[in-house]
Design a protein around this ligand. Structure first.
Ligand code: ADP
Ligand code: MG
Length: 439
């Protein structure tokens, strides 16, 4: 039976949860078809039902309404052709790396001799050659996640579902593992026919996926479906890559004006350099958290100034920063979180830094600073030098504030560091070799 290459399809799926007498619709009438050969990324703010959807798709949970079809056949119960990798993959601590992969094969009734050979091969492919006999506690987080991948791949799923698989990893491990997965996938080295990956990282989605599905919440639903028509390997410095990333950001931030108009130009270039509101990211996070607690994630600005107990000037600066970074929108005296702002408000500290970093990199003033640092001897510059350069754009006092703000935001994003004693700004090591990967 052929269904136009559609591997999985969900039709009119809704999920309602009850707690006590309260009824909560987590997912409302979602329709989605995943075709063979397709790598789909699923984006959306925390709580919009992404994990719930993956559980429904793999049959770990049956939806309140609607149906799941696999190769055209209505599904009931766990789908044996699908596997999920979670953000943190649980390994059996008392088994070695090799045994952890072998157990997955045991469940598949693969003969013992074949099991070992296949497990070794998979460990080799994810770059764990030589660690077969180690125990999970002896491995780094990134290596454990690799074992998780090897285990998921051992069962050779036709449909591989990944739930934020890289977000618990440090930058380098995440980068490595993304590369391994892409190579296995694009090189047809695994029998997997389709991948569905939940992520909060837009660059990651554009780097890896053929298609990006965006969800929003209240209730959880699909709001956008976008093809990523770029050949592999993709480069983040490619113009088309950046344009797509911008488009997805615009979808998630509900941005209407073009980015050039919103963000201004870089120092030294024609046009006006937009001053950054001088606020700390901790305060901004406080504002976003507050909004996230408000009904509909939206509130009256006047009420907010009373609730947050900040003076109105400071509040206005916080709001401006929220808008500039695409975390909030303002209309008629009300401020509302964008889906990206919601994601930030509910993300872990590491994930927040990551989201913030991707936003910061788009600001002309910050780009300018990074270019200056890359060109500098040892990739270091004095804060005073930056301030002086900014005095061509801003009055002296303002130039000082701008220099301090851009540096403190860069520190928060862990893209650069600042030494109080020497007054030197420097690039974080992984930023030096320019951002072959800027994830
Ligand atoms: P996401 O993965 O997009 O962050 P989830 O699918 O985990 O979102 O959750 C969607 C919504 O459903 C959230 O509001 C969550 O609190 C709620 N939810 C998820 N699972 C359950 C459950 N078993 N019982 C009650 N509410 C749930
Ligand atoms: Mg989730």
């Amino acid at each position: 039976m052929h269904h136009n290459g559609v591997l999985l399809e969900i039709r009119h799926v809704s999920q309602v949860f009850y707690s006590g007498s309260k009824r909560f619709e987590a997912i409302h009438d979602v329709n989605l078809a995943v075709r063979e050969g397709e790598f789909t990324a699923l984006l959306g703010p925390s709580g919009c039902g992404k994990s719930t959807l993956l559980r429904i798709i793999t049959g770990l949970q049956s939806p309140t309404e609607g149906q799941v079809f696999y190769r055209g056949v209505p599904q009931q119960g766990v789908n044996p052709h699908a596997t999920i990798v979670f953000q943190t993959f649980a390994l059996f601590p008392w088994l070695t790396v090799l045994e952890n992969v072998e157990v997955a094969l045991e469940a598949r009734v693969v003969p013992k001799k074949l099991r070992t050979a296949r497990a070794l091969d998979l460990l080799d492919r994810v770059g764990l050659d030589g660690f077969e006999n180690a125990y999970p506690r002896e491995l780094s987080g990134g290596m454990r996640q690799k074992v998780g991948f090897a285990r998921a791949m051992a069962v050779e799923p036709e449909l591989l579902c990944l739930d934020e698989p890289f977000s618990a990893l440090d930058v380098l491990s995440a980068e490595g593992l993304r590369g391994e997965l892409l190579e296995l996938w694009t090189g047809n080295k695994i029998p997997t026919r389709a991948i569905l990956m939940v992520t909060h990282n837009i660059e990651e989605a554009v780097l890896m996926a053929d298609r990006i599905v965006v969800m929003d919440r209240n209730p959880g639903r699909v709001v956008f479906d976008l093809d990523v028509d770029l050949p592999h390997p993709r480069s983040q410095r490619d113009r088309q890559f950046m344009e797509l990333v911008d488009r997805v950001y615009a979808i998630l931030t509900g941005q209407t004006e073009s980015e050039e108009v919103e963000l201004g130009s870089a120092p030294g270039e024609p046009g006006r350099t937009r001053a950054l509101p001088s606020i700390s990211i901790t305060d901004l996070a406080g504002l976003l958290e507050k909004l996230n607690e408000a009904p509909q994630n939206s509130t009256d600005i006047y009420r907010l100034s009373q609730d947050l107990k900040v003076d109105s000037n400071h509040l206005l600066q916080l709001i401006e920063a929220g808008e500039l970074l695409g975390f909030a929108t303002v209309a008629q005296g009300d401020i509302s979180l964008t889906p990206l702002g919601e994601t930030f408000a509910e993300a872990s500290i590491l994930a927040r830094k990551e989201i913030f970093a991707t936003r910061l990199r788009r600001l002309p003033l910050f780009k300018w600073l990074m270019t200056m640092l890359r060109a500098a001897d040892k990739q270091r510059l004095e804060l005073d030098v930056i301030q002086t350069a900014l005095e061509l754009e801003f009055p002296v006092e303002e130039a000082r504030r701008q220099a301090e703000t851009v540096v403190s935001w860069g520190r928060y994003a862990e893209l650069l560091s600042y030494d109080d004693d020497s007054g030197m700004i420097s690039l974080e090591p992984e930023q030096v070799e320019t951002m072959r990967v800027s994830l």
